[in-house]
Design a protein around this ligand. Structure first.
Ligand code: PXG
Length: 284
């Protein structure tokens, strides 16, 4: 299916949706993005995605053209034009075209790109049986270097960790932070369960504050399940009863093995299953 792609207010067939090679998004990874989901024609937590996009842009001194409301409208219009109800949305803002050299000041026109497409999730088997992940030796970007809270077009750090995971025969890799604490996976946040309490690394562990992470925290609170945002180590992972990941693409997915060690019983646990059910109810 050839979906139409939005570029700066115009629609192009997928095959002709191109950017200029002088765009600093391509030359230097200078830009920000959001990965969103729509369920039954409604974008999940659209406002939060717009807020995060605007914060990311602000952090790199990039002025997004128009308002959040106009951007949300453009996303909805792109979905409608492509007749998509359940979709993956990639919203990209690049620094725009400018002369060679890293200075962003001579790139006067940021580019706004909205791609809507079908989503390829993990196979159902992964949700039923759980993922196996491995700790990567590539650490997450230190907040002292560049804040991981910015969803930037620079993903090489995570891509290197993803490669380590794939080379180890796993679907995902767990990244530690500069202090050796657990941080997140390459495109998902991580949660642990011990003695009925859910634990997840706090924002200042150097994570991306996932929208799905936020939804799971809300669900835990609403359903009387204790949840604490406190630093976690690999030791905490190994002695956990349950582990799961969250992300716009993966939603809520169990993890049953980390670094070759079984987590809990080696099967998706009851709290993970409960949250998967609650999350599916929330999006339906
Ligand atoms: N950590 C990182 C580093 C991410 O990139 C998440 C956590 C989860 O955040 P959300 O807001 O999605 O709950 C992400 C999200 C893709 C893709 O196309 C990547 C993400 C989300 C959706 C699609 O690879 N990353």
């Amino acid at each position: 299916m050839s979906y139409k792609v939005y570029i700066n207010g115009e629609y192009f067939d997928k095959e002709n949706a191109t950017v200029n090679v002088y765009d600093h998004g391509l030359l230097y990874g200078d830009g920000v993005f959001e990965g969103m989901r729509s369920y039954n024609g409604k974008v999940f937590r659209m406002e939060q995605h717009m807020d995060r996009l605007w914060f990311s842009a602000k952090a790199i001194a990039l002025k997004i053209p128009g308002t959040k409301e106009e951007m949300a409208q453009a996303v909805n219009q792109t979905l409608a034009i492509n007749n998509l109800k359940d979709a993956y949305i990639r919203l990209v803002i690049t620094r725009g075209v400018g002369p060679l050299g890293i200075s962003p000041v001579r790139c006067p026109h940021p580019q706004v790109i909205i791609i809507t497409d079908n989503i390829t999730m993990y196979p159902q088997k992964c949700y039923d049986e759980g993922l196996e992940i491995v700790t990567a030796s590539t650490i997450r970007t230190s907040p002292a270097a560049f804040s991981p809270r910015v969803k930037s077009l620079n993903y090489l750090n995570n891509i290197m960790a993803k490669l380590e995971g794939l080379n180890a025969g796993c679907d995902e890799a767990l990244m530690l932070n500069h202090k050796g604490e657990i941080c997140e996976c390459t495109g998902d946040n991580i949660f642990l369960v011990r003695n009925g309490i859910i634990y997840t690394p706090p924002t200042d562990a150097g994570i991306l504050e996932g929208i799905t992470r936020g939804a799971v925290i809300d669900l835990a609170h609403q359903n009387g399940i204790s949840l604490q945002e406190v630093p976690q180590t690999r030791h905490d992972v190994y002695i956990s009863d349950e582990c799961f990941l969250t992300g716009s693409a993966a939603e809520v997915i169990p993890v049953v093995k980390v670094d070759g060690r079984e987590i809990g019983t080696g099967k998706p646990g009851p709290i993970t299953k409960k949250l998967i059910t609650l999350f599916r109810e929330m999006i339906s």
